[in-house]
Design a protein around this ligand. Structure first.
Ligand code: AMP
Length: 282
């Protein structure tokens, strides 16, 4: 596996592959890779002969009081892990490569509406940062397909919308959430959790599943269920930001006839922000 920091070098390699008729899949990450990330690489393999993984801790998607500085950077370990799962290339650009005109003068891609609610309203500017960096990665790599985790449900919706709306000829594939044995969704941020918080963290997935069960058993008062979810999270020691039951296809409000739903939640647990979601089919 090649580890490439230089854009021109990457382009040369990609051109060779394309000339040989290979399809290219892109798996964008911020590193500190875990089994959730490697599951995306497994998915990528199903869609393309060549898999490019990027590791870039993108400054524009962090708010001023967020964890950009603390975010775990574990490139050596990530490289070893990617060699084991046989990724074809690891692209590790620096800020100058990704934002050639500097962060202040960087062009921005925004997806209004979809990106304004939920995580977007609690992390102003976050999704603009995500879409702006993903657009750059798409333009540099020009993959046939790009893989995103359902763990970040709203993110993959926003990226799907952006890709479709801007006529970007890349297929977006979403991959299921990989969890620890106790149900906690794997996340690079789980390493921030204290022992006590780590023991509490799986309660979020449990609460989401209980709400999903209620819906399957016929509950249609989603406002009530959202309120219960917020209360449960508070009772368990979280500081919930939102709990929402929405149409899975576009995050709009669901009603009693909606067949495919997603239940989303975000909460602080101590200093760590956790998000999770479950899909419900009725
Ligand atoms: P990140 O490095 O956290 O920016 O995540 C990079 C990609 O991995 C995103 O598409 C995430 O949705 C995905 N991802 C993160 N955690 C998981 C997980 N537990 N299961 C599946 N995909 C994940």
């Amino acid at each position: 596996m090649d580890v490439i920091t230089d854009k021109a070098e990457l382009t040369e390699l990609l051109t060779e592959w394309r000339r040989a008729g290979d399809h290219i899949a892109l798996v964008p990450t911020m590193g500190n890779l875990h089994a959730g990330h490697t599951s995306l690489i497994d998915q990528a393999r199903k869609h393309a002969e060549r898999v490019v993984v990027s590791v870039f801790v993108n400054p524009t998607q962090f708010g001023p009081d967020e964890d950009f500085d603390e975010y775990p950077r574990t490139l050596d370990r990530d490289t070893r892990r990617l060699r084991k799962v046989r990724a074809d290339v690891l692209f590790v650009p620096n800020v100058e490569t990704m934002y050639p005109f500097g962060l202040e003068q960087a062009s921005t891609v925004s997806v209004p509406f979809l990106a304004d609610k939920f995580c977007g309203s609690h992390r102003p500017g976050h999704f603009d940062g995500v879409t702006s960096v993903v657009t750059r990665l798409f333009a540099i790599v020009q993959p046939d397909v790009a893989i995103f985790g359902l763990k970040d449900y709203q993110q993959q919706m926003v990226i799907r919308r952006m890709t479709e709306d801007l006529h970007i000829p890349i297929r977006i594939v979403s991959a299921p959430t990989v969890r620890e044995d106790d149900g906690l969704a794997m996340s690079s941020r789980n390493s921030y959790l204290s022992e006590e918080a780590r023991a509490t963290a799986p309660e979020m997935f449990k609460a989401l599943n209980r709400a999903a069960d209620e819906i399957r058993q016929g509950e249609t008062d989603f406002d009530k269920l959202e309120g219960l979810l917020m209360n449960t999270l508070s009772d368990k020691g979280f500081q919930p930001e939102y709990a929402a039951i929405r149409r899975a296809s576009d995050l709009s409000r669901a009603d009693s006839s909606t067949a495919e739903l997603v239940i989303l939640a975000a909460a602080m647990l101590g200093d760590t922000r956790l998000i999770d979601n479950v899909l419900v089919t009725r």
